[in-house]
Write a protein that binds this ligand. Sequence first.
Ligand code: UD1
Ligand code: UDP
Length: 402
Amino acid sequence: MLIAGLEMRLGPDEGTQESLPSLRVTRNELRTSDIRTSEGRAHGATKVVSIVGARPNFVKLAPVHRTLVEHFDHIVVHTGQHYDYSLSKIFFQHLNLPDPDYELGVGSGSHGYQVGEMMKKVEEVLLSERPRIALVYGDTNTTLAGALAAAKVRVPVAHVEAGLRCFDMEMPEEVNRVLTDHMSRYLFAPTKTAVENLLREHCQGEVLLTGDVMVETLRDSTKLAERESHVIDDLGLRSSPYILVTVHRAENTDDRHRLSSIVEALTRIEKRVVFPIHPRTVKALEEHGLYGKLTSRRNVTTTQPLGFLDFIKLEKHASMIVTDSGGVQKEAYLLGVPCITLRETTEWVETVREGWNRVVGVDVEKITRAVETFKPRRRRGRVFGTGKASKKIAEALTKAIN
Ligand code: UD1
Ligand code: UDP
Protein backbone atom coordinates (compact mmCIF):
# COMPACT_ATOMS: atom_id res chain seq x y z
CA MET A 1 0.00 0.00 0.00
CA LEU A 2 1.65 3.17 -1.17
CA ILE A 3 -0.70 5.90 -0.18
CA ALA A 4 0.25 7.25 3.17
CA GLY A 5 -1.33 8.57 6.35
CA LEU A 6 -3.81 11.25 5.61
CA GLU A 7 -5.12 9.64 2.47
CA MET A 8 -5.99 6.47 4.37
CA ARG A 9 -8.19 8.43 6.69
CA LEU A 10 -10.22 9.94 3.88
CA GLY A 11 -12.68 7.08 3.78
CA PRO A 12 -13.12 3.79 1.96
CA ASP A 13 -14.69 5.13 -1.23
CA GLU A 14 -12.36 8.00 -1.78
CA GLY A 15 -9.03 6.26 -2.17
CA THR A 16 -9.89 4.43 -5.35
CA GLN A 17 -9.14 5.59 -8.86
CA GLU A 18 -12.09 7.36 -10.37
CA SER A 19 -13.36 6.39 -13.75
CA LEU A 20 -13.51 8.99 -16.49
CA PRO A 21 -16.32 11.39 -15.56
CA SER A 22 -19.31 11.90 -17.80
CA LEU A 23 -18.83 14.06 -20.86
CA ARG A 24 -21.95 16.07 -20.13
CA VAL A 25 -21.52 19.67 -19.02
CA THR A 26 -23.18 19.76 -15.63
CA ARG A 27 -23.27 22.36 -12.97
CA ASN A 28 -22.41 20.84 -9.64
CA GLU A 29 -25.59 20.58 -7.62
CA LEU A 30 -23.73 21.56 -4.48
CA ARG A 31 -23.28 25.01 -5.84
CA THR A 32 -26.47 26.59 -4.58
CA SER A 33 -26.88 30.21 -3.55
CA ASP A 34 -27.28 29.09 0.06
CA ILE A 35 -24.00 27.31 0.16
CA ARG A 36 -22.20 30.11 -1.59
CA THR A 37 -23.56 32.67 0.84
CA SER A 38 -22.65 30.53 3.80
CA GLU A 39 -19.09 30.40 2.46
CA GLY A 40 -19.00 34.18 2.63
CA ARG A 41 -19.77 34.99 -1.00
CA ALA A 42 -22.28 37.76 -1.33
CA HIS A 43 -25.41 37.41 -3.45
CA GLY A 44 -25.11 39.26 -6.72
CA ALA A 45 -21.31 39.50 -6.53
CA THR A 46 -19.43 39.83 -9.79
CA LYS A 47 -18.77 36.50 -11.45
CA VAL A 48 -15.26 35.40 -12.31
CA VAL A 49 -14.39 31.94 -13.58
CA SER A 50 -11.25 29.87 -13.02
CA ILE A 51 -10.52 27.11 -15.52
CA VAL A 52 -8.37 24.25 -14.22
CA GLY A 53 -7.92 20.60 -15.08
CA ALA A 54 -4.48 19.19 -14.26
CA ARG A 55 -2.45 18.66 -11.06
CA PRO A 56 -0.24 21.75 -11.41
CA ASN A 57 -3.32 23.92 -12.04
CA PHE A 58 -4.90 22.87 -8.73
CA VAL A 59 -1.93 23.88 -6.57
CA LYS A 60 -2.01 27.35 -8.14
CA LEU A 61 -5.78 27.65 -7.87
CA ALA A 62 -5.88 27.04 -4.10
CA PRO A 63 -4.58 30.38 -2.74
CA VAL A 64 -6.24 32.36 -5.54
CA HIS A 65 -9.60 30.74 -4.83
CA ARG A 66 -9.35 31.51 -1.13
CA THR A 67 -8.75 35.19 -1.88
CA LEU A 68 -11.18 35.55 -4.77
CA VAL A 69 -14.19 34.20 -2.85
CA GLU A 70 -13.88 37.19 -0.53
CA HIS A 71 -14.44 39.57 -3.45
CA PHE A 72 -16.26 37.72 -6.22
CA ASP A 73 -18.65 34.95 -7.08
CA HIS A 74 -15.84 32.58 -8.02
CA ILE A 75 -16.88 29.73 -10.30
CA VAL A 76 -14.43 26.84 -10.74
CA VAL A 77 -14.48 24.83 -13.97
CA HIS A 78 -12.57 21.50 -14.08
CA THR A 79 -11.94 20.33 -17.63
CA GLY A 80 -11.20 16.75 -16.56
CA GLN A 81 -7.75 16.67 -18.17
CA HIS A 82 -6.62 14.81 -15.03
CA TYR A 83 -9.27 12.48 -13.63
CA ASP A 84 -7.53 9.79 -11.52
CA TYR A 85 -8.21 10.29 -7.84
CA SER A 86 -4.47 10.64 -7.21
CA LEU A 87 -4.04 13.39 -9.81
CA SER A 88 -7.24 15.31 -9.21
CA LYS A 89 -9.70 14.87 -6.35
CA ILE A 90 -7.05 14.32 -3.70
CA PHE A 91 -5.71 17.83 -4.45
CA PHE A 92 -9.12 19.38 -3.80
CA GLN A 93 -9.18 17.51 -0.47
CA HIS A 94 -5.60 18.25 0.59
CA LEU A 95 -5.85 21.90 -0.48
CA ASN A 96 -9.23 22.31 1.17
CA LEU A 97 -10.87 23.37 -2.09
CA PRO A 98 -14.61 22.91 -2.66
CA ASP A 99 -15.70 20.61 -5.46
CA PRO A 100 -15.56 22.33 -8.85
CA ASP A 101 -18.79 23.98 -9.98
CA TYR A 102 -18.46 22.36 -13.40
CA GLU A 103 -16.80 19.06 -14.31
CA LEU A 104 -16.39 18.81 -18.07
CA GLY A 105 -14.95 15.28 -18.12
CA VAL A 106 -12.76 15.71 -21.20
CA GLY A 107 -10.12 13.16 -20.17
CA SER A 108 -7.05 11.99 -22.07
CA GLY A 109 -6.30 12.08 -25.77
CA SER A 110 -4.17 13.81 -28.37
CA HIS A 111 -3.42 17.51 -27.97
CA GLY A 112 -5.97 18.29 -30.69
CA TYR A 113 -8.66 16.18 -29.06
CA GLN A 114 -8.05 17.62 -25.61
CA VAL A 115 -7.83 21.27 -26.58
CA GLY A 116 -10.78 21.00 -29.00
CA GLU A 117 -13.10 19.22 -26.57
CA MET A 118 -12.15 21.52 -23.71
CA MET A 119 -12.75 24.61 -25.83
CA LYS A 120 -16.24 23.48 -26.85
CA LYS A 121 -17.28 22.69 -23.28
CA VAL A 122 -15.64 25.71 -21.65
CA GLU A 123 -17.33 27.93 -24.23
CA GLU A 124 -20.73 26.49 -23.22
CA VAL A 125 -20.06 27.37 -19.58
CA LEU A 126 -18.82 30.86 -20.40
CA LEU A 127 -21.85 31.59 -22.57
CA SER A 128 -24.22 30.47 -19.87
CA GLU A 129 -22.43 32.12 -16.89
CA ARG A 130 -21.16 35.26 -18.66
CA PRO A 131 -18.33 35.97 -16.18
CA ARG A 132 -16.46 39.27 -16.24
CA ILE A 133 -13.06 37.57 -16.31
CA ALA A 134 -11.70 34.04 -16.91
CA LEU A 135 -8.58 33.02 -15.04
CA VAL A 136 -6.22 30.33 -16.33
CA TYR A 137 -3.15 28.93 -14.56
CA GLY A 138 0.28 27.79 -15.71
CA ASP A 139 0.95 26.03 -18.99
CA THR A 140 -1.17 22.92 -19.49
CA ASN A 141 -3.53 22.12 -22.34
CA THR A 142 -6.33 23.21 -20.00
CA THR A 143 -4.64 26.63 -19.72
CA LEU A 144 -4.50 27.06 -23.48
CA ALA A 145 -8.02 25.76 -24.14
CA GLY A 146 -9.50 27.88 -21.36
CA ALA A 147 -7.80 31.03 -22.64
CA LEU A 148 -8.75 30.38 -26.24
CA ALA A 149 -12.38 29.63 -25.43
CA ALA A 150 -12.65 32.80 -23.32
CA ALA A 151 -10.86 35.05 -25.81
CA LYS A 152 -13.17 33.86 -28.61
CA VAL A 153 -16.35 34.73 -26.69
CA ARG A 154 -14.75 37.98 -25.56
CA VAL A 155 -14.38 37.19 -21.91
CA PRO A 156 -11.10 38.87 -20.84
CA VAL A 157 -8.44 36.33 -19.88
CA ALA A 158 -6.23 36.63 -16.80
CA HIS A 159 -3.15 34.39 -16.83
CA VAL A 160 -1.73 33.38 -13.45
CA GLU A 161 1.96 32.50 -13.90
CA ALA A 162 2.36 34.54 -17.06
CA GLY A 163 5.67 35.19 -18.80
CA LEU A 164 7.54 31.98 -18.07
CA ARG A 165 9.78 30.89 -20.94
CA CYS A 166 12.26 28.09 -21.50
CA PHE A 167 12.65 29.13 -25.17
CA ASP A 168 12.06 25.62 -26.50
CA MET A 169 8.96 25.53 -28.68
CA GLU A 170 9.29 21.74 -28.98
CA MET A 171 7.81 21.56 -25.51
CA PRO A 172 3.99 21.58 -25.46
CA GLU A 173 4.08 23.67 -22.28
CA GLU A 174 6.08 26.45 -24.02
CA VAL A 175 3.55 26.58 -26.86
CA ASN A 176 0.76 26.83 -24.28
CA ARG A 177 2.55 29.61 -22.37
CA VAL A 178 3.33 31.78 -25.37
CA LEU A 179 -0.14 31.51 -26.90
CA THR A 180 -1.93 32.03 -23.60
CA ASP A 181 0.11 35.14 -22.81
CA HIS A 182 -0.66 36.67 -26.18
CA MET A 183 -4.40 36.11 -25.63
CA SER A 184 -4.49 37.48 -22.09
CA ARG A 185 -5.76 40.87 -20.99
CA TYR A 186 -4.18 40.53 -17.53
CA LEU A 187 -0.74 38.98 -17.17
CA PHE A 188 0.13 38.07 -13.58
CA ALA A 189 3.86 37.45 -13.60
CA PRO A 190 5.55 35.57 -10.75
CA THR A 191 9.09 36.92 -11.28
CA LYS A 192 10.96 39.88 -12.76
CA THR A 193 12.29 37.61 -15.49
CA ALA A 194 8.71 36.76 -16.44
CA VAL A 195 7.86 40.48 -16.67
CA GLU A 196 10.88 41.04 -18.93
CA ASN A 197 9.84 38.16 -21.18
CA LEU A 198 6.34 39.59 -21.59
CA LEU A 199 7.61 43.07 -22.36
CA ARG A 200 10.18 41.75 -24.85
CA GLU A 201 7.41 39.89 -26.71
CA HIS A 202 5.16 42.95 -26.73
CA CYS A 203 2.26 41.05 -25.20
CA GLN A 204 -0.72 43.37 -25.29
CA GLY A 205 -2.21 42.69 -21.87
CA GLU A 206 -1.50 44.56 -18.66
CA VAL A 207 1.54 43.10 -16.93
CA LEU A 208 1.66 42.96 -13.15
CA LEU A 209 4.48 41.53 -11.04
CA THR A 210 2.57 39.64 -8.36
CA GLY A 211 5.10 37.13 -7.04
CA ASP A 212 4.33 33.43 -7.20
CA VAL A 213 1.07 32.03 -5.88
CA MET A 214 2.79 28.75 -4.99
CA VAL A 215 4.64 30.54 -2.17
CA GLU A 216 1.20 30.76 -0.55
CA THR A 217 0.26 27.18 -1.38
CA LEU A 218 3.39 25.92 0.38
CA ARG A 219 3.04 28.32 3.28
CA ASP A 220 -0.55 27.17 3.82
CA SER A 221 0.24 23.45 3.55
CA THR A 222 3.68 22.64 4.98
CA LYS A 223 2.69 22.70 8.67
CA LEU A 224 -0.39 20.63 7.91
CA ALA A 225 1.73 18.15 5.96
CA GLU A 226 4.21 17.87 8.84
CA ARG A 227 1.37 17.08 11.21
CA GLU A 228 -0.92 14.92 9.09
CA SER A 229 1.24 12.97 6.66
CA HIS A 230 2.87 9.72 7.76
CA VAL A 231 4.58 9.14 4.44
CA ILE A 232 8.12 9.14 5.87
CA ASP A 233 7.31 6.28 8.24
CA ASP A 234 5.07 4.49 5.76
CA LEU A 235 7.91 4.33 3.24
CA GLY A 236 10.50 3.49 5.90
CA LEU A 237 12.56 6.62 5.28
CA ARG A 238 13.16 7.86 8.79
CA SER A 239 16.67 6.55 9.19
CA SER A 240 18.18 6.99 5.73
CA PRO A 241 18.73 10.05 3.54
CA TYR A 242 16.78 9.77 0.30
CA ILE A 243 16.50 11.43 -3.08
CA LEU A 244 13.01 12.29 -4.32
CA VAL A 245 12.48 11.81 -8.05
CA THR A 246 9.69 12.80 -10.44
CA VAL A 247 9.76 12.36 -14.21
CA HIS A 248 6.75 12.85 -16.45
CA ARG A 249 7.48 15.42 -19.15
CA ALA A 250 6.68 14.21 -22.67
CA GLU A 251 10.20 14.92 -23.97
CA ASN A 252 11.57 12.43 -21.42
CA THR A 253 8.86 9.78 -21.38
CA ASP A 254 8.17 9.57 -25.10
CA ASP A 255 11.82 9.19 -26.15
CA ARG A 256 13.18 5.72 -25.34
CA HIS A 257 16.77 6.91 -25.33
CA ARG A 258 16.11 9.68 -22.82
CA LEU A 259 13.94 7.54 -20.56
CA SER A 260 16.43 4.69 -20.64
CA SER A 261 19.26 7.06 -19.75
CA ILE A 262 17.28 8.40 -16.77
CA VAL A 263 16.50 4.88 -15.55
CA GLU A 264 20.17 3.87 -15.88
CA ALA A 265 21.24 6.91 -13.84
CA LEU A 266 18.65 6.24 -11.12
CA THR A 267 19.77 2.64 -10.76
CA ARG A 268 23.39 3.76 -10.32
CA ILE A 269 22.61 6.10 -7.41
CA GLU A 270 23.84 4.69 -4.09
CA LYS A 271 21.37 6.54 -1.86
CA ARG A 272 17.72 5.59 -1.41
CA VAL A 273 15.59 6.84 -4.30
CA VAL A 274 11.85 7.51 -3.88
CA PHE A 275 9.95 7.90 -7.15
CA PRO A 276 6.17 8.55 -7.21
CA ILE A 277 5.40 7.72 -10.83
CA HIS A 278 2.96 9.63 -13.05
CA PRO A 279 0.71 7.32 -15.15
CA ARG A 280 2.24 8.67 -18.38
CA THR A 281 5.63 7.48 -17.14
CA VAL A 282 4.38 4.06 -15.98
CA LYS A 283 2.97 3.53 -19.46
CA ALA A 284 6.19 4.64 -21.14
CA LEU A 285 8.41 2.54 -18.84
CA GLU A 286 6.30 -0.51 -19.67
CA GLU A 287 6.23 0.22 -23.39
CA HIS A 288 10.00 0.71 -23.51
CA GLY A 289 10.65 -2.41 -21.38
CA LEU A 290 12.25 -0.37 -18.58
CA TYR A 291 9.77 -0.84 -15.72
CA GLY A 292 11.36 -4.02 -14.35
CA LYS A 293 14.87 -2.59 -14.48
CA LEU A 294 13.77 0.40 -12.38
CA THR A 295 11.62 -1.37 -9.83
CA SER A 296 13.92 -4.35 -9.26
CA ARG A 297 16.66 -2.14 -7.76
CA ARG A 298 16.72 -2.42 -3.96
CA ASN A 299 17.52 1.28 -3.44
CA VAL A 300 14.56 2.44 -5.58
CA THR A 301 11.08 2.74 -4.04
CA THR A 302 8.33 3.52 -6.54
CA THR A 303 4.85 4.69 -5.56
CA GLN A 304 1.68 5.92 -7.19
CA PRO A 305 1.45 9.69 -7.63
CA LEU A 306 1.17 11.02 -4.08
CA GLY A 307 -1.32 13.44 -2.62
CA PHE A 308 -0.03 16.98 -2.14
CA LEU A 309 0.55 16.78 1.62
CA ASP A 310 2.52 13.55 1.39
CA PHE A 311 4.48 14.86 -1.54
CA ILE A 312 5.54 18.15 0.02
CA LYS A 313 6.50 16.34 3.21
CA LEU A 314 8.74 14.09 1.12
CA GLU A 315 10.17 17.13 -0.67
CA LYS A 316 10.93 18.93 2.58
CA HIS A 317 12.84 16.03 4.10
CA ALA A 318 14.66 14.88 0.95
CA SER A 319 18.42 15.35 0.74
CA MET A 320 17.99 16.20 -2.93
CA ILE A 321 15.25 16.36 -5.57
CA VAL A 322 15.74 15.07 -9.12
CA THR A 323 12.95 16.11 -11.46
CA ASP A 324 11.74 17.34 -14.82
CA SER A 325 8.71 19.07 -13.30
CA GLY A 326 8.34 22.85 -13.34
CA GLY A 327 6.45 23.13 -10.06
CA VAL A 328 8.75 20.72 -8.25
CA GLN A 329 11.88 22.72 -9.20
CA LYS A 330 10.26 25.77 -7.67
CA GLU A 331 9.07 23.96 -4.54
CA ALA A 332 12.58 22.52 -4.04
CA TYR A 333 13.92 26.08 -4.03
CA LEU A 334 11.22 27.39 -1.70
CA LEU A 335 11.82 24.50 0.72
CA GLY A 336 15.62 24.80 0.53
CA VAL A 337 16.30 21.42 -1.05
CA PRO A 338 19.00 21.11 -3.77
CA CYS A 339 17.51 20.23 -7.15
CA ILE A 340 18.84 18.46 -10.25
CA THR A 341 16.72 19.07 -13.34
CA LEU A 342 16.51 16.40 -16.04
CA ARG A 343 15.85 18.80 -18.90
CA GLU A 344 17.90 20.82 -21.36
CA THR A 345 16.37 24.14 -20.33
CA THR A 346 14.27 25.55 -17.53
CA GLU A 347 11.79 28.39 -17.26
CA TRP A 348 12.61 28.75 -13.53
CA VAL A 349 15.94 30.44 -14.22
CA GLU A 350 16.10 32.06 -10.77
CA THR A 351 16.53 28.67 -9.10
CA VAL A 352 19.64 28.09 -11.24
CA ARG A 353 20.95 31.64 -10.93
CA GLU A 354 20.67 31.48 -7.14
CA GLY A 355 22.68 28.24 -7.16
CA TRP A 356 20.02 25.81 -5.94
CA ASN A 357 19.16 24.03 -9.19
CA ARG A 358 21.45 22.38 -11.75
CA VAL A 359 20.03 21.61 -15.20
CA VAL A 360 21.83 18.49 -16.46
CA GLY A 361 19.71 16.95 -19.22
CA VAL A 362 19.64 13.13 -19.29
CA ASP A 363 23.28 12.12 -19.69
CA VAL A 364 23.95 9.27 -17.23
CA GLU A 365 27.35 10.56 -16.10
CA LYS A 366 26.12 14.13 -15.69
CA ILE A 367 23.16 13.02 -13.58
CA THR A 368 25.17 10.74 -11.30
CA ARG A 369 27.99 13.27 -10.88
CA ALA A 370 25.51 16.03 -10.05
CA VAL A 371 23.73 13.81 -7.52
CA GLU A 372 27.06 13.04 -5.82
CA THR A 373 28.59 16.50 -5.86
CA PHE A 374 25.97 19.26 -6.14
CA LYS A 375 25.81 21.50 -3.08
CA PRO A 376 24.15 24.92 -3.08
CA ARG A 377 26.54 27.50 -1.61
CA ARG A 378 24.42 30.60 -1.37
CA ARG A 379 21.53 31.64 0.81
CA ARG A 380 18.20 31.76 -0.97
CA GLY A 381 16.62 35.10 -1.84
CA ARG A 382 12.94 35.91 -2.12
CA VAL A 383 12.92 35.60 -5.88
CA PHE A 384 9.32 34.32 -5.93
CA GLY A 385 7.91 37.12 -3.81
CA THR A 386 6.67 37.34 -0.26
CA GLY A 387 3.41 35.41 -0.41
CA LYS A 388 1.05 38.21 -1.43
CA ALA A 389 0.40 37.18 -5.02
CA SER A 390 -3.23 36.16 -4.61
CA LYS A 391 -4.03 39.44 -2.85
CA LYS A 392 -2.41 41.44 -5.66
CA ILE A 393 -4.35 39.40 -8.23
CA ALA A 394 -7.67 40.02 -6.46
CA GLU A 395 -6.91 43.76 -6.17
CA ALA A 396 -5.98 44.02 -9.83
CA LEU A 397 -9.16 42.22 -10.90
CA THR A 398 -11.32 44.39 -8.65
CA LYS A 399 -9.77 47.50 -10.16
CA ALA A 400 -10.18 46.13 -13.69
CA ILE A 401 -13.87 45.33 -13.19
CA ASN A 402 -14.89 48.55 -11.43
C1 UD1 B 1 0.11 17.40 -18.26
C2 UD1 B 1 0.73 18.70 -18.78
C3 UD1 B 1 2.12 18.89 -18.22
C4 UD1 B 1 2.11 18.80 -16.72
C5 UD1 B 1 1.44 17.51 -16.28
C6 UD1 B 1 1.30 17.53 -14.78
C7 UD1 B 1 -0.04 19.28 -21.02
C8 UD1 B 1 0.33 19.37 -22.46
N1 UD1 B 1 0.83 18.67 -20.23
O1 UD1 B 1 0.89 16.34 -18.74
O2 UD1 B 1 2.60 20.18 -18.58
O3 UD1 B 1 3.43 18.84 -16.25
O4 UD1 B 1 0.12 17.43 -16.84
O5 UD1 B 1 1.13 16.31 -14.21
O6 UD1 B 1 -1.07 19.76 -20.63
N2 UD1 B 1 -3.41 9.84 -17.42
C9 UD1 B 1 -3.97 8.98 -16.51
N3 UD1 B 1 -4.81 9.52 -15.57
C10 UD1 B 1 -5.12 10.83 -15.52
C11 UD1 B 1 -4.55 11.69 -16.44
C12 UD1 B 1 -3.68 11.19 -17.40
O7 UD1 B 1 -3.73 7.78 -16.52
O8 UD1 B 1 -5.88 11.24 -14.63
C13 UD1 B 1 -2.48 9.29 -18.42
C14 UD1 B 1 -3.15 8.99 -19.74
O9 UD1 B 1 -2.56 7.83 -20.27
C15 UD1 B 1 -2.76 10.20 -20.57
C16 UD1 B 1 -1.38 10.54 -20.04
O10 UD1 B 1 -1.44 10.23 -18.66
O11 UD1 B 1 -2.75 9.93 -21.93
C17 UD1 B 1 -0.98 11.98 -20.24
O12 UD1 B 1 -1.96 12.86 -19.67
P1 UD1 B 1 -2.11 14.37 -20.19
O13 UD1 B 1 -3.11 15.07 -19.39
O14 UD1 B 1 -2.31 14.35 -21.66
O15 UD1 B 1 -0.69 14.99 -19.98
P2 UD1 B 1 0.32 14.89 -18.75
O16 UD1 B 1 1.46 14.03 -19.16
O17 UD1 B 1 -0.41 14.55 -17.53
N1 UDP C 1 2.95 16.63 -6.86
C1 UDP C 1 2.22 15.85 -5.96
N2 UDP C 1 2.41 14.50 -5.98
C2 UDP C 1 3.28 13.89 -6.82
C3 UDP C 1 4.02 14.69 -7.72
C4 UDP C 1 3.81 16.07 -7.72
O1 UDP C 1 1.46 16.38 -5.17
O2 UDP C 1 3.40 12.64 -6.77
C5 UDP C 1 2.70 18.10 -6.87
C6 UDP C 1 3.92 18.93 -6.61
O3 UDP C 1 4.10 19.21 -5.24
C7 UDP C 1 3.64 20.21 -7.40
C8 UDP C 1 2.73 19.76 -8.51
O4 UDP C 1 2.30 18.44 -8.18
O5 UDP C 1 2.95 21.16 -6.64
C9 UDP C 1 3.52 19.77 -9.78
O6 UDP C 1 2.87 19.11 -10.76
P1 UDP C 1 3.62 18.36 -11.91
O7 UDP C 1 5.02 18.05 -11.55
O8 UDP C 1 2.75 17.22 -12.27
O9 UDP C 1 3.51 19.41 -13.10
P2 UDP C 1 4.44 20.60 -13.61
O10 UDP C 1 4.67 21.51 -12.47
O11 UDP C 1 5.68 19.97 -14.16
O12 UDP C 1 3.64 21.20 -14.69
